[in-house]
Design a protein around this ligand. Sequence first.
Ligand SMILES: *Cc1c(COP(=O)(O)O)cnc(C)c1O
Length: 413
Amino acid sequence: MSDWSDDAARDLMSLGGRLAMLTRGEGSWVWDADENRYLDFLGGIAVNCLGHAHPVFVDAVSRQAATLSHVSNYFASPAQLEIAARLKRLAGTGEQGRVYLANSGAEANETAIKLSRLHGARFAETEGSARTTILVVEGAFHGRTMGTLSLTPKAAYRDPFQPAVPDVVTVERSVESLEAAFASHAVAAMIVEPIQGEAGVVELPAGFLARARELATENDALLILDEVQTGSGRTGEWFAFQREGITPDAVTVAKSIGAGFPLGALITFGAASDLFYPGTHNSTFGGNPLASAVANAVLGHIESAHLLENVTARGAQLRDAVTSLPLVDAMSGAGLLIGIHLTAPVAADVRAAAHERGLIVNAPTADVIRIAPAYTIGDEEVDEFVSRFSAALAAVAETLQAQNATTPTEASA
Ligand SMILES: *Cc1c(COP(=O)(O)O)cnc(C)c1O
C-alpha cells in the first residue's frame, strides 16, 4: 500500500477530501497508486467532460504549449478571440454579446457580482442611491471566494468568514417568494443556478426561471445565471437556460468548458455587455492562449462529434437503469448531471461502498448521490456503472436491514 496519506496530512492544508491518490486516467477510468482501477462517474466534479487523457485535450495542450501559453491581458491572441466568438455563438448572444475569460467558476461569478454593482450604480441618480441588493436562491452554491461565499446562503460555509459582502437576499425556491423579494427590494441583480448541483442536483420549480426573467425585466434588474456546473453541454444543451426558453443578461461557465484545464467565463447579453469599461476588471491568467486553445478544442470536439446527443441519450439510459434499484427514491437533473435521491440518509455509505467496488460518485447531501460522467460514455460504461452501483446499493441496503433487525423498533419495544 502506498503511504501517501501521511504526506498529504503533513504538507497539504487540512480541508478534507483526499479519498485516494490517483496517478493516471484514460477515458472514464482512473487508477490509484496501488493500481486499483475506478470507473469515474464524478469526472472531477462535472469537469472531465471528455474523460481522462482524451487525444483532443492532449493534442490541444501540447500544441498550444509549444506555441504560446501566456501573454497577459495587454495582448490578444487568436485562441482568445476564437473562444470568445465561439461562446457568443453557443450562448446565442448575437452581435451585442461580450465575453470575459477567467480561471475558475468562482472568478467568473466574482465578475458577475461586479457586473451587478456596475448595473446598480446606474440608479444612483434616478433613485437617490445605487442599488446593491443581489437575490440568490436557498441552497445556492456560487463559490468559495469572499464575494461568491457571500452569495452562498449555507451557514456552515459562510459563518467562519463573516462579515460577508452585504445586501445579499435569499429567496426560497418558490415563485411566491421570488415575487415577494422583487416587491420589497430595489434589486440590482438576481444570480441563480438553473439546477443546483451542490445542493444535491435540485431543480427549480416549474416556471421559476421564466418568472425571474419577467420580474428582472420589469424591475430593470439583471438576471445572471450561474451555469458553472450546468453549462458547456452538461445537460444536453450548451446551456441549461436554453431548455427554459429564456435569455439571461449574463451567464457564467467553468467546470466542463476546459475538460480539466482551469478556465471560466462570464458571457453577457444585450445592454449588460456595456457595463464594464477599461480599468474596472481583469486577470493576469484569464483568457491566456493555452486555456483558450484547450476550450476551443474541447467545445469544437463536443460539436463535431455530436456529443450533446450522447449526453441526452446516455442520461436517459442511466435514469431508466437506476430508477428501479434498491434504496432509490427519485431522480433529478438533466442530461449527464444526475441526482440519485435515496430513501434514507445513507449517501455517504453508498459513496464509500461504491468506492470499494471501484466506482467514483459523490454525496453532495446526506441522501443524494450525484453523478456527472464524461460526455463520451457508451454502453460499456453505463453497464459497468449500473453493475457496480447496484452492488453498492445492495450492500448498504443489507446493512440497513441488519440494523433494523437488531434495533428494537418502537412497536416491538
Ligand atoms: C463549482 C461551482 C462553482 C465554483 O467553481 P470553482 O471553479 O470551484 O471556483 C460556482 N458555481 C457553481 C454552480 C458550481 O457548481
